[in-house]
Design a binder for this molecule. Structure first.
Ligand code: ATP
Length: 254
């Protein structure tokens, strides 16, 4: 895409019956960027994530990812194109180990770059090997090797969030969307999760994070967008956002 945009949201609106959840919202995300989305409860943040990831369809407007219009595409196809997300509520397989959880992330996609040909043509054993290898890489990347054989249910909450990120990045996405990944975490866990997200960004992954934790958003995001009642009310650097009177009135001041 021109200007290095990896994602473009163009005048997107979403209604639920008479409720306007999003009203003609537009924004762009640059390749490699660390973008934050903030706003009060009910502002439309999760609806925006669901529209981008193909779970909802907009009533108006369109969304472009990596040069293609993805509006109306099925969520699995959007993931295969390289746009992955995590969910506000945990989506781990609690009875499975960390390794097995991350293997699920790889397997679900069935497309891991160079390994794609092997996955399509080879027998079950070769497939398992490729999937296991990718799971190992992901665990190394997120420093989860020590917990590889632990059941997800037995992990502290912060590590469960890291495993959820592992499932999402297993298919090597270009863009990772995180929907409130810090909810319910204590300060040390917040730092742990943000450390991993920042590491992924340093390695080139574009990050789009929805969060209420202002300290984390302000210290990690290069740019922040603010939604309120379905409208984009501001966009700028953390210091611009902190000074913006509309943002203070509708969100930060409260
Ligand atoms: N599937 C749905 N059906 C009907 N209304 C919905 C649906 N999903 C979201 N909404 C409504 O859309 C509005 C925006 O909700 P959304 O979940 O996007 O808010 P949010 O900004 O993510 O809030 P929070 O910070 O509390 O997660 C709310 O009024 C919500 O009730």
């Amino acid at each position: 895409m021109a200007n290095g945009d990896i994602l473009r949201v163009n005048k997107v609106s979403k209604n639920f019956g008479g409720l306007v959840a999003l009203s003609e919202v537009s924004f762009r995300v640059k390749q490699g960027e660390f973008l934050g989305l903030i706003g009060p409860n009910g502002a439309g943040k999760s609806v925006m994530v669901n529209l981008i990831s193909g779970m909802y369809k907009p009533n108006k407007g369109n969304i472009e990812f990596d040069g293609l219009v993805i509006t109306g595409m099925r969520p699995d196809r959007i993931i295969r194109m390289g746009l992955s997300r995590t969910f506000q509520h945990s989506t781990l397989f609690f009875d499975l180990t960390v390794r097995e959880n991350i293997m699920m992330g790889v397997r679900e996609i069935g497309d891991i770059g160079l390994a794609q040909a092997i996955l399509q043509s080879a027998g079950a054993r070769a497939k398992d090997q490729v999937i296991g290898q990718r799971a190992k890489e992901v665990m190394q990347l997120l420093e989860l090797e020590g917990q590889a054989e632990e059941k997800a249910a037995n992990l502290p909450y912060g590590l469960q969030k890291v495993v959820a990120i592992g499932i999402a990045i297993a298919p090597r996405p270009k863009v990772l969307i995180l929907d409130e990944p810090l909810t319910g975490l204590v300060a040390a866990e917040v730092n742990q999760v943000m450390h991993h997200i920042a590491g992924l960004n340093r390695q080139g992954m574009t990050i789009f994070i929805i969060e209420h934790n202002m300290r984390a958003v302000m210290s990690y995001c290069a740019r922040i967008m603010v939604l309120s009642f379905g409208n984009k009310i501001a966009e700028g650097t953390p210091s611009e956002i902190q000074k913006n009177p509309d943002v203070i009135n509708s969100y930060l001041g409260k």
